[in-house]
Design a binder for this molecule. Structure first.
Ligand code: SF4
Length: 185
């Protein structure tokens, strides 16, 4: 029996430079209630068990990488696992590192209290990128796939200047795989 909350991951990267300011761990969460045409991660949409890890385990790995500026959550839909992510994000902020999160919901929807865990998770996010991906509104935007999506700087720890020069795309090479991440140009 686990006392630490569980996360269901689709994928992860220990270090990325295209998913928020500086160098960040990235977790892609498995499962999304939305079906945006043109979604970049169709394999991450189905709510099925994939890679189950405890928050404690992710935290242990995160703590072993002191050069990281923070952590980023993408998907899938991170707010479908908001209860566990709130706990992880709280720990990350406690050691003065930052949290970036993408969501298909709009910020106002998350603030209603109707999505389990959302109001506990939001105070531990420094930068929220909200809104569904709209295939007809693509543009060359920092950290976003379409014009309707917005950057919400929820704390003073990440500013517009911090996100000005983030690369739009990145290939990460590791001994066993090649990972593409970022946004289409
Ligand atoms: S919200 Fe994001 S992950 Fe979900 S379908 Fe839309 S683009 Fe894909």
């Amino acid at each position: 029996m686990f006392s630490s909350p569980l996360l269901n991951l689709a994928s992860w990267l220990p270090r990325s430079r295209a998913n928020g300011p500086g160098t960040r761990m990235v977790l892609w969460l498995q499962g999304c209630p939305f079906r945006c045409p043109g979604c970049q991660n169709p394999d991450y949409l189905e709510f099925r068990l994939h890679r189950i890890v405890t928050v404690d385990k992710v935290w242990e790995v995160f703590e072993q990488l002191p050069d990281l500026d923070g952590i980023s959550f993408s998907g899938g839909e991170p707010f479908a696992q908001a209860v566990a992510l709130a706990e992880l994000a709280r720990r990350v902020q406690e050691i003065s590192k930052t949290v970036v999160c993408w969501t298909g919901y709009r910020l106002e929807q998350l603030q209603t209290g109707e999505i389990p865990g959302a109001t506990d998770f939001l105070p531990h996010i420094d930068l929220l990128v909200d809104g569904l991906f709209m295939q007809g509104q693509t543009d060359n935007l920092v950290l976003r796939g379409s014009l309707n999506q917005k950057l919400h700087f929820l704390s003073a720890n990440i500013s517009e200047d911090d996100v000005a020069n983030i690369p739009r795309q990145e290939w990460v090479v590791s001994p066993d795989k090649l990972t593409y991440t970022g946004f289409p140009i």
